[in-house]
Write a protein that binds this ligand. Structure first.
Ligand SMILES: NC(=O)c1ccc[n+]([C@@H]2O[C@H](COP(=O)([O-])OP(=O)(O)OC[C@H]3O[C@@H](n4cnc5c(N)ncnc54)[C@H](OP(=O)(O)O)[C@@H]3O)[C@@H](O)[C@H]2O)c1
Length: 293
């Protein structure tokens, strides 16, 4: 996709995979908008992105994905300052050892990794449709294979496991992708998700602080981790291909649960309840894999 002069939003650009994806994408001369929770850290990364890409059109805006109010403020401000959105990359994510809660009292992993991007994307949908042809990329993980959606206890209130909470949130990213791809099928907006690999970033700081030091040599660098995001953002091969899960720039079949249409619909309805988003629920056929031969 040609991004010259187009608008791009990337979450989680202050660290790891997101920073590297932002640098590569900034080289294509878009107007790059970065929603960040820490403006001080954001300023440093903004300087780095401008220096490495040579693109001065990088804008920081406050957005904490652990707060529905903050997400709503961001979306309102975005609509005032920019017109249309051509590429949205939902990359920000956390993995926490202890159960915590967002500003809205929701288990943090489910809140930040799924409900935050769900709300953000829905609030920006008019801009995305207005920017068509447009792309949405959701950063998931192979961890999704290790669980199912716990619809009776999505926030781990009865029983919390750090790994299961993370895995469930990444499964939610795929189910969200699947449903949204179907919803936007006639709008010239593709929605795909991906796994970046096992990447040496700060993601593991709270669960296994020594992991990167011990296993760093066997892990991808953040730049390598960003490659599939950049591919999904820029490659003409993605034109018209929507609803897919990609690993190493290739489509890959996700878990059976991630292909469960009933679960995708149920999660969408649940997420609407949590966030107050209203969307019509047409009878979707979920034939969203339009992969070129
Ligand atoms: N690393 C891996 O091996 C791996 C594997 C599979 C999938 N992933 C996925 O890749 C994505 C990027 O992670 P990473 O590995 O690059 O980790 P990272 O270095 O820890 O980066 C995470 C990013 O998310 C941002 N973030 C966290 N909480 C936020 C909040 N409440 N509001 C706004 N932004 C928030 C962070 O902001 P701050 O800078 O302010 O903390 C940071 O920019 C995640 O979705 C992760 O699940 C990573």
């Amino acid at each position: 996709m040609v991004l010259d002069g187009k608008n791009v939003v990337i979450t989680g650009a202050t660290s790891g995979i997101g920073t590297e994806a932002a640098i590569e994408i900034a080289r294509m001369n878009p107007c790059l908008v970065l929603p960040v929770r820490n403006m001080g850290k954001g300023e440093q990364v903004k300087k780095q992105i401008i220096a490495e890409s040579g693109n001065p059109s990088v804008y920081l805006m406050k957005c904490d994905l652990a707060s529905f109010d903050s997400i709503r403020d961001f979306a309102r401000e975005y609509k005032k300052r920019f017109s249309g959105l051509h590429l949205l990359i939902n990359n920000a994510g956390i993995w926490e050892y202890k159960r915590g809660e967002t500003e809205d009292g929701i288990e943090r992993t489910f809140g930040v990794n799924h409900l935050g991007p769900f709300l953000l994307t829905n609030l920006l949908l008019d801009e995305i449709r207005g920017g068509a042809p447009a792309r949405i990329i959701n950063v998931s993980s192979e961890a999704h294979r290790y669980t199912v959606m716990k619809f009776n206890d999505p926030e781990g209130r009865k029983k919390f496991s750090s790994f299961k909470a993370y895995a469930q949130s990444k499964l939610a990213n795929i189910l969200f992708t699947r449903h949204l791809a179907q919803m936007l099928m006639d709008d010239d907006v593709t929605v795909n998700c991906m796994h970046p690999g096992f990447v040496a970033t700060h993601l593991f700081d709270k669960i296994a602080p020594f992991l990167v030091t011990v296993l760093g040599l066997f892990m991808k660098t953040p730049r390598q981790g960003a490659e599939t995001i950049v591919y999904l953002a820029l490659s003409p091969e993605i034109d018209g291909n929507t609803g897919g899960y990609y690993v190493n720039k290739k489509i890959k079949k996700p878990s059976r649960t991630a292909l469960d249409n009933k679960a995708a619909r149920k999660l969408w309805e649940l997420s609407c309840d949590y966030t107050g988003v209203f969307t019509a629920m047409p009878d979707l056929s979920y034939d969203s894999h339009k992969v070129k031969p």
